[in-house]
Write a protein that binds this ligand. Sequence first.
Ligand code: UD1
Length: 382
Amino acid sequence: MSMENATTRRHCVLCVVGARPNFMKIMPLMRAFAARAPNVIVKLVHTGQHYDVEMNASFFGQLGIPAPDVSLEVGSGSHAVQTAEIMKRFELVVDDHAPDAVLVVGDVNSTIACSLVAAKKGVRVIHVEAGLRSRDRSMPEEINRILTDQLSDRLYITEDEAFDNLLAEGIASERIVHAGNVMIDTLLACRNNAVPAVDTLRRVLGNAAEGWVEHGYGVLTLHRPSNVDEPESLRQLLTAIARMSERLPIVFPMHPRTRARIDEFGLGGMFEQSRVAVLGPQGYLEMLGLLDGARLVLTDSGGLQEESTAIGLPCLTLRENTERPVTIREGTNSLVGTDAAAIEAAFGDALSRGRCVERRPRNWDGHAAERIVDDLVAWLER
Ligand code: UD1
């Protein structure tokens, strides 16, 4: 190889997305690659794990993510079917592109499926949002996190605990970089463009929307299998929500999994006499607007624990554990579990305290993706 060829060799990185929480993580990375790494060929691969317009296409439009270079269109299935289908199709993409590295984000089935394919083919794996641990192996995401990190060559973490978690699992410290939180990059970049809550609420509430915004409302999201897949726990949770809505109206953008379970268990009438407004899944900018205008959020999502911390919104996490302890230690999050009485007590406390100040754990400053891309380019060239 001539000297010129040696210095101008372009690395190829395949970036993988599949499900809704991946889209806001990849957005700032795509931007940072375009702005800072002209010598890296970046291809975006979408597995199609999430495919509905409101779970998928609306995010690409709102966030200005380039159209995927490759779409695998796997769709839904059991964990084994979905993971296997992604692996089969992704292997052909790796063969086609012969990338220098595969970059995965988060903890969804697409994350582990593509990491496994890459690692077995001797292609380096880069994991963004590595090292988070709930220590609850009944969560599919926990299995995905542990295995993806074991397969990864470069691990970008969002909080200090992740470093200790990875060391405890035998991962060498030289592979780990505390880069910050790419999801907060996206939040800070998009916050000024959020759709005002009143516009979103008017579509379901008509003229009553103004009153909700003026007097305050809470936001609820629920989709963890542990909360929605078992009829009795789901019924108890929804009963508690209906009761709490007597004190503060609640906006509930419903995940398709949750809607399917509510229909299957015949729980569709639970909110009839209550002040719960059920919406379909919301776009990113609509959700940001709803959160900005809310008095609190009740959720079992991972991302919302972080986003609420950054915007100073009290967050009640309806789970027994969290993989994001920094949101409790330095943020606005409280782990309240799934017992109805405990949730209602925490709800009352949070209402009496009101909004919190915005918190920024280390490197949650809007520049995480830039740090990742700079480090990655240097690492690829090593
Ligand atoms: C997945 C992720 C979870 C993430 C969540 C955010 C895994 C293991 N879980 O969970 O970490 O927090 O996405 O949404 O990867 N469905 C639709 N339309 C869609 C997508 C899904 O109707 O566009 C329905 C299907 O019936 C599907 C169900 O929702 O069976 C669940 O989807 P799936 O991707 O399997 O898992 P999520 O519960 O969304």
